[in-house]
Write a protein that binds this ligand. Structure first.
Ligand code: NAI
Length: 313
């Protein structure tokens, strides 16, 4: 094993089963000390028990690894981080993985369906990461993962709450990547696909059995290693396929003094993705808009700014 984690401490939330268990077990195998957090409730975010986290801690310990259980809900990040500090004296890696589902059509969605999903996925990732952040900053080292979903990228019928929360996590990680850069804190988002107790309600049994969580584990393990420098990115894994997703912007078209009719007339050009480009940051995008404003100004000054005309794309 080349990628080792000796001396490092990881918090894996929701590590009592499914994907989280595999991350905890694999990291421990590679020398990492692991806080196995799990509330031990059901998949809809109700009830709790210590048995899920305990089982994984025992599994790690009997294989010779080091792990400690934590049973707090991810909303209480301070307590989870404190478990790492009290038992292992530090925290280096935060894998925000805990999750629940409250699927229902939007017509039938209740405030509770919405709030519980946001509480676990968004507030939970915020709370654990927020409590770890001062330690990561002070030691100038940190590796953070948030768990997004294809639902957050594409939307998914019956998952307006979950899709919104998963999408929120991508913006969260991308911002942490920027704020953490000078402290060697790296933050990335992942989109897993795996059979688990969450997906057994939405996938046929043969897919649940075939899409082993272990297919996702190597990507997450790699992403929290000290050798990784990629940050603010979105990666995907499932069924043995590993890839990345990026937003591309169409070349679009600059139209001075555009009216809605001009937009309609130019719709094909505006939405044409041929030659679309990757824009890496808000700064880059704002820079482009400033350039376009300057073009408007100079064409207005030279007397050619009236009516609709293309200055690009
Ligand atoms: P899972 O249900 O097996 O694992 C989630 C774990 O989180 C459970 O052990 C549960 O007890 C724990 N948990 C729930 N609420 C908690 C809370 N408040 N505090 C602490 N622990 C809590 O499901 P799975 O599939 O392993 O999901 C892991 C993550 O991956 C979730 O965030 C899920 O949304 C995400 N995901 C999974 C996909 C899949 O195909 N399995 C697809 C896309 C995203």
């Amino acid at each position: 094993m080349t990628l080792r984690f000796d001396g490092k401490v990881a918090i894996v939330t929701g590590a009592g089963g499914g994907l989280g268990r595999t991350y905890a077990v694999e990291l421990a195998k590679r020398g990492c000390k692991v806080v196995v957090n799990d509330l031990g409730g059901d998949r809809h975010g109700t009830s709790s028990s210590s048995s899920m986290a305990d089982k994984v801690v025992n599994e790690i310990k009997s294989a010779g690894g080091q792990a400690v259980a934590n049973y707090d809900s991810v909303e209480f990040g301070e307590k989870i981080v404190q478990t790492a500090i009290s038992n292992f004296g530090r925290v280096d890696i935060v894998i925000n993985n805990a999750g629940i589902l409250r699927d229902t059509s939007f017509q039938k969605m209740t405030d509770l369906d919405w709030d519980l999903i946001f509480k676990v996925h968004v507030k939970g990732a915020y709370s654990v990461t927020r409590a770890a952040w001062p330690y990561l900053r002070d030691q100038k080292y940190g590796r953070i993962i948030v768990t997004a979903s294809n639902a957050g990228v594409h939307g998914n019928f019956g998952q307006a709450n979950y899709a919104a929360a998963k999408s929120a996590l991508i913006g969260f990680a991308n911002t942490l990547a920027q704020e953490g850069a000078k402290y060697n804190i790296i933050a990335n988002s992942i989109i897993p696909t795996a059979g688990s107790r969450l997906t057994e309600t939405v996938m046929p049994q043969n897919l649940v059995d075939a899409l082993k969580p272990d297919y996702v584990t190597p990507l997450v393990t790699y992403l929290v290693h000290e050798s990784v420098q990629d940050t603010g990115k979105l990666f995907e894994a499932g069924a043995g396929w590993y890839g990345t997703l990026q937003y591309y912007k169409s070349k679009g078209k600059v139209i001075s003094n555009a009216t809605a009719d001009d937009i309609a007339k130019n719709w094909d050009v505006i939405t044409n993705m041929a030659g679309a480009e990757y824009i890496g940051s808000i700064t880059e995008q704002t820079g482009r808009l400033v350039e376009i404003l300057e073009q408007h100004e100079s064409s207005a000054n030279s007397g050619s700014g009236s009516g609709s005309g293309s200055t690009g794309g």
